[in-house]
Design a protein around this ligand. Structure first.
Ligand code: MSP
Length: 646
């Protein structure tokens, strides 16, 4: 068995390195956000974290794309580096290192890897005759029984393959079949989720052929050591990035390499499992290096159930999402909405819904209501009470339960479940806060009022810490509203778990945490020009809304106001609240006779106003139709006069 390194207080996570034939799309963002969440989660435990991402820049596919763009391959790949780094930066991706496979140190290390394997006899020269899929950069075996000149389609992308017939160097993959099977058996949690392991095991059981690792028909690749006719096969080049980035192959970086390797988790999409679960472990076995601890294999983001791709014209541009919604809400959407272990369909409707309902309503409003209420009653410093009420203790128990469940989900990399669990707790905090009616307690029961504030603040504090890996900037803002900061020394989870709720909070009114997005007018897809948003007013909170008193009343009498071509003078019955005179500018849309007997909605706590010498004590609500006509707002069914809108 391959020896596993002893446990160290470190965490090494990687993303796939991306082919640089286009700017990053939502699929690459998804892999990268998952890795960032994993990295930040481990920072909460005060682990030393190495987060690697980068670009895969060699191979036939890139050479062809560069030729198509009329650029040299190097110029072509260089042009994508800024867009990648910039996008990651704007999405708060806090990577440690960005590797490019055209980096000199990487190229040298890959050549060294080949030399070692040649010496061992694991790499040998021969002749390859078969099929190659350029979009997937993969060798494809023809189906049993098919004629030798019939091109098979690629099992991964379905496209027709090309005939390849050339001298090549092979990696002796067949020699690792049994060792691989033994490894999978001894490490049942190597591939997460487990279901993905079956296809890998079956494939290996079916028999492994030696793998061609060099090409003579292309020049854009790492030159094969000692044989200038050949360049290294792009996957043999690319997979090695996971070790070369942390110093493998560089004498001066030996300690660094030994500290970080093996990777704790490689994150990748389901289309590249075979390369990571079969070739990569075999390459490492050939070097006598320990194997990565886990592969986290996520599904695809689909649009209308189809994989996002340029040819379907359904590629979602992360840039547009960023401008519309901001980085953290998009990160939240991706992690929450997409189940790590299956495909997930992208829709703007779902993004809007998640932001409006989960972020703005459930979380943002709770914070805002709590802070506004406290400050309104001059409670800024919130001390923990000496004794907690039964309801607060119950909430605290739920907090401990939440932390326990959350840790388990995060440990299993089931991030969508972890977020769902945190939201269950946020709902409980909302129920506690509203159930306690602190706005009433504030007037007469100061100690109880402060207890509710304290319990809510303790709950929100924990929520902010555990959600920080997903929404770092927003959660730092939430913490600032509580007078706190994110601390990365010591085990933050343990601190939360052991907290008896004895913290003091210093509340600050911050900017609105999450803004509800305006309704979508037209769904943008690929290009910037299609963004269209309605202009909206700044959001208000529920307290602002309750300041406006809206009542239903029946118009009992109506007459034209002399000399005014706009106004009608109305006498409105508000039931037990009495009659009121209200003037309304609807004369161009309704005659006096037409409105008599109608039930309508009125704002009744506006300051009284004099119009044409007459006093108006309220305002009739109307909507304007497309032709500029006022339309009175009427309840769908009659209600008692004086009914309050809520
Ligand atoms: N260059 C190789 C990886 C080499 S790693 C040593 C590669 N690059 S890629 O740019 O094509 O894909 C990179 C990652 O993006 C893969 O994990 C892939 O699964 C992911 N995604 C690409 N499209 C995707 C979706 N539509 N949805 C989710 N992720 C997908 O493969």
């Amino acid at each position: 068995m391959v020896p596993l390194m002893e446990h160290k207080n470190k965490f090494y996570v990687t993303t796939p390195i991306y082919y640089v034939t286009a700017k990053p799309h939502l699929g690459s963002l998804y892999s990268t956000v998952l890795a960032d969440v994993a990295a930040r989660w481990n920072k909460l435990f005060s682990k030393k974290v190495f987060f690697l991402t980068g670009t895969d820049e060699h191979g036939q596919k890139i050479a062809e794309a560069a030729a198509h763009a009329g650029k040299s391959p190097q110029e072509f790949v260089d042009s994508f580096i800024h867009p990648y780094k910039d996008m990651w930066h704007r999405y708060h991706i806090d990577y440690t290192k960005f590797i490019r496979t055209t980096d000199e140190y990487h190229k040298k290390a890959v050549q060294q890897w080949i030399e070692i394997l040649m010496k061992k006899g694991d790499v040998y020269k021969s002749f390859y005759e078969g099929w190659y899929c350029t979009p997937d950069e993969t060798f494809v075996t023809a189906k049993e029984g098919s004629s030798s000149d019939e091109a098979p389609s690629c099992p991964s992308c379905g496209r027709i393959t090309q005939r390849v017939s050339e001298e090549t160097y092979f990696f002796r993959l067949s020699a690792y079949q049994d060792k691989l099977l033994k490894f999978y058996e001894e490490h049942p949690d190597f591939i997460i989720p487990k279901e993905r392991a079956h296809e890998v095991v079956n494939f290996v059981r079916g028999g492994l052929k030696d793998l061609s690792i060099s090409r003579t028909t292309i020049t854009w690749g790492i030159p094969f050591p000692g044989d200038a006719k050949h360049v290294t096969y792009v996957w043999a080049d690319a997979l090695n990035n996971y070790i070369t980035a942390i110093g493998w192959g560089q004498q001066a970086k030996k300690d660094e390499f030994n500290f970080w390797w093996p990777a704790d988790v490689h994150i990748l999409g389901k289309d590249i499992v075979r390369f990571h679960a079969i070739y990569w472990p075999a390459f490492l076995m050939a070097l006598d290096l320990p194997l990565p601890k886990h592969l986290l294999v996520h599904g695809w983001i689909t649009v209308d159930q189809k994989k996002m791709s340029k040819s379907f014209g359904n590629v979602v541009d992360p840039e547009i999402l960023l401008e519309k919604y901001g980085a953290d809400p998009v990160r939240y959407y991706l992690v929450r909405q997409m189940a790590v272990n299956s495909d997930g369909d992208f829709s703007y409707h779902d993004v809007q819904e998640r932001i409006t309902s989960d972020l703005a309503n459930d979380l943002g409003n709770l914070l805002n209501r709590m802070v506004t209420l406290a400050l309104k009653h001059e409670q800024k410093q919130i001390l923990a009470p000496k004794h907690w009420s039964a309801e607060s203790i119950h909430l605290r128990d739920e907090y401990y339960n939440m932390l326990e469940d959350l840790k388990k989900h995060m440990h299993d990399y089931m991030y969508h479940l972890a977020l769902a669990r945190v939201w269950k707790f946020i709902h409980q905090v909302n129920a506690y806060f509203h159930g306690k009616e602190p706005w009433k307690l504030a007037k007469h029961e100061l100690a109880d009022f402060i207890e509710v504030l304290s319990a809510t603040a303790h709950s929100l504090y924990a929520v902010a810490i555990v959600l920080w890996p997903v929404m770092p900037t927003k959660m730092e803002q939430l913490l600032a509203s509580l007078g706190k900061k994110i601390a990365l020394e010591g085990d933050q989870l343990q601190k939360l778990e052991e907290s008896p709720w004895d913290m003091t909070f210093s509340l600050q009114q911050g900017e609105t945490l999450f803004i509800k997005p305006p309704e979508i007018v037209q769904e943008p897809m690929t290009s910037q020009e299609t963004i269209e948003t309605k202009s909206t007013s700044p959001t208000i909170n529920i307290d602002d809304l309750t300041k406006v008193e809206l009542l239903v009343g029946t118009i009992e009498q109506a007459q034209e106001v002399p000399k005014s071509n706009k106004l009608l003078q109305l006498q409105v019955n508000f039931g037990s609240l009495g009659m009121r005179q209200i003037l309304s500018g609807i004369k161009q849309s309704y005659s006096a006779q037409e409105v008599i007997g109608k039930q309508a909605v009125f704002v009744v706590n506006l300051e009284p106003r004099l119009m044409m010498g007459l006093e108006s004590r309220g305002m009739l609500l109307v909507a304007e139709s497309e032709d500029g006509q006022a339309k009175i707002i009427t309840p769908a069914a009659p209600v008692p006069n004086g009914t309050r809108l809520k």
